[in-house]
Structures are given as C-alpha cells and as structure tokens.
Design a protein around this ligand. Structure first.
Ligand code: 5GP
Ligand code: ZN
Length: 405
C-alpha cells in the first residue's frame, strides 16, 4: 500500500472532498485513507500489484494542490444549528436491513416503507414552499441533449460526472449482430460490450434540474421587471466513480429545485428568500447543520480557478448536515447564484438587451432523508415535532387516498 507524505497536514473537513477528486487520477486506485491522527499521511490501495511509477507523485501533487485551493479561501458560515441529537449507528446498514432501502445498480437504490414515506413527506413540504413563492410547476425529462450540457458549460467543468445515453444504429444488420452477441454471453456479471455499436451520443442523463428550464426559455426576451419562478422534482445523474457510497454519494439521486430567472435585483432578493427557506426547514427538522459558502466539484485541473471565482463572489451556499457516525459534513442542499451565466449562454435577455440573471435552490431528497435517520434514529415517535408534523401530514393524505372510494 503506497503511502504519501504531504508537505502539510490536511484538515479532516477537507479530506473527503480531496479524496473524491483523486480517484480520477487512475482507474486502478481502489481506496484512499488519510491517517487518523496525522493528516500528512495519505495511503491508497491499488488494484494491481505494480503501481505505475509516476502515480504516487501525481497523487501527492494533486492532493496538495486541492488542499491549497481549499485552504486559500475558507468558507464562511452564515448559520449553524446544533441540537443535541443522539444519532444512531450505521444508519445506511439499518435502512438496508429493514428493507426500506435496497441497493440496485451501483449508485442507485429502491426505496419503500418509512424511508419512502419520509421522502414523499419532505418533498410535499419543499413543493409547498415553492408554490408559496409562486413557482410554476414543471416536469422535466431524465434525458438532456448534449447540446444543452455543452451550452451550460457542464461538459467543460464536470465532464467526469457525465452519464452518456446512446442507442444502437438504426440498421437491421447491426441489431442482428447485437442480438447474436447477447445470445452468446451470459447475463451474470455481464458488462455489455457496446464496442463497434455505439460510437457517439447526442444525449445524456440530466445531472441537474435547472438546465432544462433555461433551455426551455432559450432565445427569449423576458418582459420588463420579469421574474420567472419554477419548480420541479427530477432525478439527477452524476457518475461519481469510486466515490459512490451508500446514500451519501449516488449515481442517481432526486432533487427538488426552485429556480428564478429574470431581472438582477429581483433575482438577488429571491436568493435571500431561498437561504431563509433552507434555514427555516433545518430548524423545523432540528438538524445539526450549517449553511456555508462553497464551490462546485470542478474537475481536477480547473478546480483552483473556478473555486476562487465562486468563493470570491459568494455564489454558492451549501446546506450541510452533520453525519454523527462518519463525523463528516454532507451537503443536503444548495442555493446557487449564477449571475448572468445562463442568461448569456442560453440567450435569455431582458428588454434593454442585458442577459437575464438566475439563481436556484436544490433540495437533495435522498440526503435529507438519510440525515434525518442518521441524526434522529429509527423511531418516528422520538423524532422532533417538526419532522413528525411533516410525516403525519403525508400519512393522513395517503390514508385519505386509500379510503376515498
Ligand atoms: P449541487 O448542484 O449543489 O452539486 O447539488 C445539489 C444537491 O444535490 C446537493 O446539495 C445534494 O443534496 C444533492 N446531491 C448532489 N450530489 C449528490 C450525490 O452524489 N448523491 C446524493 N445523494 N445527493 C447529491
Ligand atoms: Zn439549479
């Protein structure tokens, strides 16, 4: 197991973010571990016996660069809530044992029982909050054109997270050849080889919700003093490689977004409302949590400069919840101010010709639910009143549906 000694110790709160990025250096890396007491010591497991000669140095340089970038502009804390939640041991394992969460394809899960009840109950609250802000409801596709991703800048900032969608060529011989290949291979453990069948893809699975909204309004001129408000609940897909774990990091997760698009001062005002809304819900659910400035998980080479930009202008606020078992913060939501980025790239303008501004709020449903179990345990009767009220409202609604003949 190669061990690397870094110039400076990496604080615990930076370690998960750094590790998540380092996996992208080499597909043979199986795991990373920072020494529990000495943050300078970082070891990694490698799939094959022979570790490529250059790899330890690359790991060292990348880890140091990421740490420098994280250290350079510390995040600001806007709000912190610290109720004395007991927490519970191995929440993910317990959810799986109870059958409420079942791992499916790597990084995806099936939900039912109390976990799903809570998921739907929370979303009913998030949706209600959106409607009170006069959001129009949308239902977006799971698939998104590559063109939209390219325009949004996603394929430049987060190419490693993309999930491409392709299909067989529209050609009978190719389909026959594919069927023959499938007949001769066994389903167990099969990773279908698409070699020679799919060479390009015009679509991907959507990594976020609001791109669809900007695409819908592309090329439009908004009326004076416009503020478009939208909300949608959508599955989001991000390939996270070896960093995928439990419900903490998924390939498919579900997000409710509230999106504002329009006149800069109106958007700015609404952003404040979105931060307050996050805070209110954290208080109702009595979560050990914080709201902090943060940056997006840009790909390795771009990490520094893009982070500096986001952090300098306080463009991203992350809602973080404390995981007692892992002793780690986890982002369960965010509020993002995009300035005129999407207005520009999607050609959405204000009457005077300036690009529209936008901001969005995202609630990560899977992580919200996970956090409530992790902090409040498995007996809903012992949950804080705010959470019980949310759950009961949903259960009453479900019961009413069952009895209404
Ligand atoms: P963002 O667009 O700010 O990266 O993500 C918005 C929210 O989506 C996050 O705050 C989090 O709640 C959720 N999210 C992002 N990535 C993942 C992931 O890999 N797994 C899960 N479960 N949720 C995620
Ligand atoms: Zn968004």
């Amino acid at each position: 197991v190669p061990e690397i000694i870094l110039e400076q110790p990496v604080p615990r709160e930076f370690q998960p973010e750094i590790v998540k990025n380092l996996y992208w250096l080499d597909g043979g890396i199986e795991s990373f571990a920072f020494d529990a007491t000495d943050g300078r010591r970082l070891s990694f497991g490698y799939r094959k016996a022979a570790v490529p000669e250059h790899l330890p140095l690359r790991v060292k340089q990348s880890a140091e660069r990421l740490a420098r970038s994280l250290r350079a502009i510390p995040s600001k804390t806007l709000f912190e809530l610290k109720p004395a939640n007991a927490g519970c041991a191995a929440p993910y394992d317990q959810l799986v044992q109870r059958g409420w969460v079942r791992p499916a394809a790597h990084g995806t899960h099936v939900y039912r029982g109390l976990f799903l009840d809570l998921f739907l109950a929370l979303d009913a609250q998030f949706r209600q909050a959106a409607l009170r802000l006069e959001a129009e409801e949308y239902k977006f596709p799971a698939i998104i054109p590559m063109e939209t991703l390219a325009r949004a800048g996603y394929l430049n900032s987060f190419p490693h997270n993309a999930n491409f969608v392709c299909h067989l060529p529209e050609q009978a011989e190719a389909v026959e050849r594919f069927k023959d290949r499938m007949k001769s291979s066994s389903p167990e453990g099969a990773t279908l080889s698409l070699d020679g069948f799919c060479t390009h893809s015009a679509t991907a699975l959507s990594p976020t919700v609001c791109y669809h909204f900007y695409q819908t309004h592309a090329g439009q001129t908004l009326p004076a003093d416009a503020l478009l408000t939208a909300t949608a609940l959508s599955p989001c897909y991000r390939y996270e490689g070896k960093a995928m774990r439990g419900l903490r990091r998924l390939r498919e997760f579900t997000m409710r977004e509230i999106i504002f698009l329009g006149e800069p001062t109106l958007v700015q005002k609404r952003r404040e409302a979105l931060i307050s809304l996050q805070r209110e819900l954290l208080e109702r659910c009595q979560l050990h949590s914080a709201i902090r400035t943060a940056s997006d998980p840009f790909f390795l080479d771009d990490y520094d400069k893009k982070r500096v930009f986001q952090m300098s202008f306080d463009l991203k606020h992350e809602v973080q919840a404390w995981l007692p078992e892992e002793q780690e913060w986890l982002a369960i939501g965010s509020v993002n101010h995009h300035q005129d980025h999407f207005g520009k790239v999607f050609g959405i303008t204000l009457p005077e010709g300036m690009p529209a501004q936008s901001c969005c709020l995202g609630f990560g449903l899977d992580r919200w639910c996970m956090t409530i179990f992790a902090q409040h345990g498995f007996d809903p009767n012992c949950w804080p009143e705010g959470v019980r009220v949310i759950l009961d409202a949903h259960r009453r609604h479900t019961a009413a549906l069952k009895t209404a003949a």
